[in-house]
Design a protein around this ligand. Sequence first.
Ligand code: SF4
Ligand code: SF4
Length: 236
Amino acid sequence: MNEQLRLTIDDREITAQANQTILEVARENEIPIPTLCFLEGLSGAGSCRLCLVEVRGVPRFLSSCVTRVSEGMNVTTDSPKLASYRRMILELLLAERNHICAFCVSSGNCELQDLAQELGVTHVNYPYRFPSYDVDASHERFVYDPNRCVMCTRCARACGEVEGAHTWDVMGRGVHSFMITDLNQAWGDSSTCTSCGKCVQACPTGALAEKGRSTGEMKRSAGFLSKLSSMRNCGR
Ligand code: SF4
Ligand code: SF4
């Protein structure tokens, strides 16, 4: 049985289990923390940094999706400084690739777009890079547009952890990093992809989509991933 402990989040005293993350405990207690790379049912990556929180006595922000709670911890999930960091992260993501919502299959059903609205990103203070990456439409059912990718790696985790195919991986570093399939082959030539579509459902933007979708037509539902994961964990 897990040890119970007590902590404070946004001035509320809360009981939690020692193996929980700050994000899990906050969500259980209906305290909202924005996330992008996190997806229920997948391991935490801590890469997008949107779920940063302040922990008293710690001289830097911590990613709440990968930080476990501890006895007496005092967490702040919202402050002017956190809000400004989160807006900056979103602006950098928007400037890094081509997020032109008016021409995107996921417009209206995009977590990046929703977050920008929620967190009050009204303009981007950084120069747009406007990269021009080739779209991979080689798969018979799906399409990958790296121009819309935010490198959250949800596709790779869904494919590896839930489907067990391990088709997706990251190539390169920083702004030059890419999601690739197999050993950087065209997706349609992948020998590992089972065409299950879990990566497409997990993607928060228009980077992965079903073929044949027009602007705003790509709707997704990633809720089944957490159900699949918990059913598997029950069987262990
Ligand atoms: S369709 Fe399924 S197997 Fe293929 S890359 Fe996506 S998650 Fe992996
Ligand atoms: S393709 Fe989608 S799910 Fe994969 S890293 Fe890019 S944005 Fe995330």
